[in-house]
Write a protein that binds this ligand. Structure first.
Ligand SMILES: [Mg+2]
Length: 372
């Protein structure tokens, strides 16, 4: 099978007002992502999505579209989409970084592989190693107290067992927010926190100490990227498990985290790590070190969310039953871009079982939301 054409359409969809995200990275109120269609001479098309945000990976919708259309497409037309290692090698040789753009093409190739085999992507991985229904945590922005009071009871009513609270801006306000969430959810549900690199090691340790009365179950990315020593210092000095997220894009990043004994858990997902295959390499490395992986979100639409689901249910070390992830991006948005959107009910997203990723882009809807 050969790739004959790669089509890329940049789209813009706003977040639902009540789901707009605030973190130490700033605000996320509208998503601008390229959707990709990889066409083949077998008449099978694959779909992909590059969930780009400048503040996260440095990628933008315009840059991702340019690298897909002008750098990757000319190298990939004529290549075999079912040889994903070769697809990765071609893209990696042509461009450093650009993880989300690469992942859009890579997930489209998995989609083609699955459609060709008549199987869901997870069956091409390790098969269903956990239930297709994945219970997620809710990722709540660093909201002021009034908004926390208005948000959390509804999450409890909808069945969320784990609330992730964004912190990392001011220890004082962060502790106040975590205390308020604990008061609102009671003792039986879990709180985890995510600082998105917002603290220094000293501040992270201080914040963790002051949050001890509120039983925080996990400290996600307390300290800045690249500072493996700093993260290890935090891990040695706090009582809760530590997870790396924002600092782990590549296999080498994960290896450095492990080498520094800086983590209990590593968060990975196809967009951030450049594809499903690369995620699985990291998950396998972490497993060798007895470190679990889980999954975070960049507020994906249906296509990239489906890729996340297949990775989770088809990869043993994606231990979401122990450390819930968030795979709820489509529910944050005002519009769904799929003809068969994923089933997201409260905290549970269901992995599609159709061939490939199991999600088809509604190109008419995508065109309607195309960025002029
Ligand atoms: Mg995170």
């Amino acid at each position: 099978m050969r790739i004959t054409r790669i089509v890329c359409l940049a789209c813009r969809i706003p977040l639902r007002p009540e789901r707009r995200m605030i973190s130490s990275l700033g605000q996320h109120v509208v998503s601008e992502y390229p959707l990709v269609r990889v066409e083949t001479d077998a008449g099978i098309d694959g779909v992909g999505e590059a969930t780009v945000t400048a503040v996260w990976s440095g990628e933008t919708v315009w840059g991702a579209q340019a690298v897909i259309e002008r750098v990757f497409a000319p190298l990939l037309v004529g290549a075999d989409p079912t040889d994903i290692g070769d697809i990765d090698r071609r893209m990696d040789a042509a461009a450093e970084g650009n993880w989300f753009a690469k992942s859009a093409i890579e997930m489209a190739c998995w989609d083609i592989l699955g459609k060709d085999a008549g199987k869901p992507v997870y069956d091409l991985l390790d098969g269903l190693v956990r239930p297709a229904e994945i219970a997620c945590r809710f990722s709540m922005g660093a909201y002021p107290p009034e908004r926390v009071r208005n948000t959390v009871p509804d999450l409890v009513a909808r069945g969320f067992q784990t609330i992730k609270v964004k912190v990392g801006q001011s220890i004082e306000r962060d502790v106040e927010r975590v205390a308020l969430v604990r008061e609102l959810i009671g003792p039986d549900r879990a709180i985890v926190i995510d600082a998105n690199c917002g603290y220094s090691p000293v501040d992270a340790i201080e914040a963790a100490r002051r949050m001890e009365p509120y039983a925080v179950g996990l400290f996600e990315q307390p300290t800045p990227r690249d500072d493996y020593e700093g993260l290890a210092e935090v891990r040695r000095n706090v009582s809760m498990p530590v997870m790396a997220d924002d600092m782990v894009f590549t296999f080498n990043h994960a290896r450095e985290c492990l080498r520094h004994e800086a983590v209990d858990i590593i968060s990975i997902y196809p967009g951030k790590c450049g594809g499903i295959r690369k995620c699985r390499n990291i998950a396998a490395l972490a497993a060798e070190h007895g470190v679990a992986c889980s999954i975070g979100s960049n507020l994906e639409w249906d296509v990239a969310t489906a890729a996340m689901c297949h990775l989770v249910v088809g990869t043993p070390n994606m231990q979401v039953e122990r450390v819930p992830g968030d795979i709820l991006g489509p529910a944050y948005h005002e519009v769904r871009i799929a003809t068969n959107p994923l089933n997201i009910t409260g905290p549970v997203v269901t992995t599609p079982d159709g061939p490939g990723l199991g999600v088809e882009v509604d190109w008419a809807v995508a065109e309607k939301h195309a960025i002029a």
